[in-house]
Each structure stands twice: as C-alpha cells, then as structure tokens.
Design a protein around this ligand. Sequence first.
Ligand SMILES: Nc1ncnc2c1ncn2[C@@H]1O[C@H](COP(=O)(O)OP(=O)(O)OP(=O)(O)O)[C@@H](O)[C@H]1O
Ligand SMILES: [Mg+2]
Length: 406
Amino acid sequence: MMQQSVLLGIDLGASKISAVVAVREQEDTTALRVTGASLTNQPTGIRQGQITDINSTVEAIRRVVEEALRTAGQIRPDGVLVTVDGIQFKGENLRDTVTISSLDRVITIHDRDRVMEQATNTCKLTKEETVLHKNPQWFHIKGQRDIKNPINMIGDTLEAEVRIIIAPASVLENINRALHLSELQSPRLCYSPIASAQAVLSREDAENGAVVVDIGDQLTHIGVFMSGSLFHSAVIAIGGSHFTRDIEAMKHLGGIKVAERIKRLYGTVLPSGVPAEEMIELEDEGRQVSRRELAEVLQSRAVELLNMVLAEIGRSGIMHEIHGGVHLVGGGALLPHLPILAQHLLGRPRVVLGKVSGLHGLPQIVANPFFTNALGAVKVLSEDLNETFFQPGKPNGIIDWVKGLF
Ligand SMILES: Nc1ncnc2c1ncn2[C@@H]1O[C@H](COP(=O)(O)OP(=O)(O)OP(=O)(O)O)[C@@H](O)[C@H]1O
Ligand SMILES: [Mg+2]
C-alpha cells in the first residue's frame, strides 16, 4: 500500500476557528482528499488577528482539531499549517543583487538563497518585527530579465525581487504558544491571503493576475497575485461585523445578535432590487423595518470597503493586468449581491465569489466558505510535499522558497 500523508489546515479567525484534514498518497502529487473537518463559533479569543484570551483560543483549537481528526478517522497529522493574519501584518517589495563568483558562473541554490536573504535584509525591521514569508517574484541576470527559477542558469550577477510579509514577533509568539498548548506538533504559519489564493485561484488565474479579497469578521485581507507570485497585500480594518453594527446603529433592530440574524436573512447590498414596500417584521420590538432602507445602510458600508479594496489594487501597480479576476472569500463576502456591486465599482476585472478547486472528498466542506482558508492551508502543505519530494535539497517549505505558489 502506498504511504499516506495526513495534512491538517487550521484557520484562526475572530469569529470562528476551522480545521480541515486531508490525505494524499505520498507519491501522487495531484490527489488530495478531504476526509474530516470541524468549525467552532465559540469565543476564539482572537481580535484583529491577535490573541486576547489565550485560554479561549487554546480551547477552541483543541476542540476543532480533535473533531476534525476524529471525523477523518485519524490520530495525528503528519503536517500542520495554520493561517494567520492581522491588523499589524504588513508587506514590502524589496530587491537586491549578488555577484556569482564561481568559475563556471552557474547559479546554485546557495546563490538564490543568498540573494533572497540579502534583499530581505534591505528592509529595516524594528526589534519587535519578524519576517513571516519571503516570496520571490522575479530573478534577473545580467542581460536577461524575469526569470522564474534561476538555479542552474549561467550569470555574472543575480538580482532578486522579493515580497516579504512582516508581523509583530509577539503576535506570532503567542499564536505559537497557543498552538503548543493545543499540543500540535511542529505547526507552521502561513499568511492567510496566501492560503486563500491557494484555495480559490487556478494556476492560470495567478499567472494572469488575480486578487483575493477575504472579508472576515473584523478585517478584510487582500492579496494581489501576478505571474504566480504575491505582488501586493494589504489589510483593511473593516469586516462583516461592521455591517452588522451599522444596521443595528441606524435601525435599532434589538441588539447585535438580532441584527446579525437579520443581516444574514434579509441583507443585500442592492437596494434598487428591493420593492419599496417590503418590510421586515421585528417580532421582539413589535414593529417593522424597511428592507430597502436596511439595504441602503449595507450598501454604503460595502461601497466604503470596496473603494478601499480598489485603492489597494491600484497601489499594487498592476490594476490593468488583472486578467484572472477578483475572488471574494470569507464570511463577509456572503452578503447577497456583493459581487455585483463589486463588479460595478471595480470595473473591468471579473469579480466572483471564490470557489475552492482541486480537492476531492466531502463536497459540503469544500463548498463551505468558512473552510476556504483551512482548505487552502492543506493545499499549501500538499504543494510543499511535492517540492520536498522533487527537490530534496530545498530548504524548508514552498511557502517561502518556490517561485510560484502555483
Ligand atoms: N450569510 C451571510 N451574509 C452576510 N454576512 C455573513 C453571512 N454569514 C456570515 N457572515 C459574516 O461573516 C463574518 C465572519 O466571516 P469569517 O468567518 O470569514 O471571519 P473570521 O475569519 O472569523 O474573521 P477575521 O478574518 O476578521 O479574523 C461575520 O462578520 C458574519 O457576519
Ligand atoms: Mg478570517
């Protein structure tokens, strides 16, 4: 029997923690099968990506991991990847050049690592900051630009363009502490837009320019991909909870819980599609509220958020090269008609609700938007196994080292 690898992906969010178990035959690089999953909406002890109550975080992680493994019929995973993000995460594009000093001028893994390291070091980090990812975008040698993988090529110099993701050391340390207390063996961390992209973008999308927009509970994360690499990333301090708070503040629906329920049941961001006379019954309040007026409140928050998303895509400098579409993920993206409004505001790039592809098994989990990032995490782990299998000398992990997550 072929040996199997059991992969565990975990998504840490403010409103939920989800976990997915997937298995793959160690030598079959394509078949990744989802065999278990779990999600909890109990307090996660996380706010804007930072742990604020570690006991709650540990309890929630333990519960989802136990349940996901149990449903998968597994005892322990062979690899664990946890998606992280937050208000304090940031990214920078850097570049630097090294000389190839060997006699035959053949570029080695060591040269590639050296130029990546040197480019990374051009960023002046504060004491509190740490580099979570180094993603190569392009390599250049004298006389030839835009090389994906320079190893084994000949050159006098090697230049690298790299995007690094920086996070506060203490934030990552405490996430690692929570994972340790949850008794997870050697978990690795992955910036969530990278996992979202791995989940919903096809190789062609990421090559041709594509954007993932993860609208969470408190935050929205953006990743802009081009030629298979991360070119721009950003976080916006608006998420689904802001929509809920807006309708409660403007329409006094009877508290945040009621407002959340009404948002999910009757919410839309297209007021023009709602008949003017349509009313929603507020049973506890003994009155009615206009559904169109509710939609107007939701629409104005959506316009604010989407304009900020548009500005970030603009900042990436490749707005006109987005041929692979804008893919909306995260629970906040479930607000009806958001893709239509986004299409209208963003203009030319195609806007779609992100759909996870490339995974077999448990279709109800693969299609459930609350598992998107955890599913992306197992896909990243699986890609990582491919790389280790094909390039045994490669340093730790595709997420930092391989040109192209795709
Ligand atoms: N059907 C729905 N319609 C509109 N909004 C929804 C719907 N279902 C969930 N949401 C919103 O999705 C948000 C939660 O999304 P998600 O689970 O992606 O966030 P999270 O990962 O926990 O948070 P964060 O990424 O900010 O840490 C909530 O604010 C919720 O109101
Ligand atoms: Mg999230």
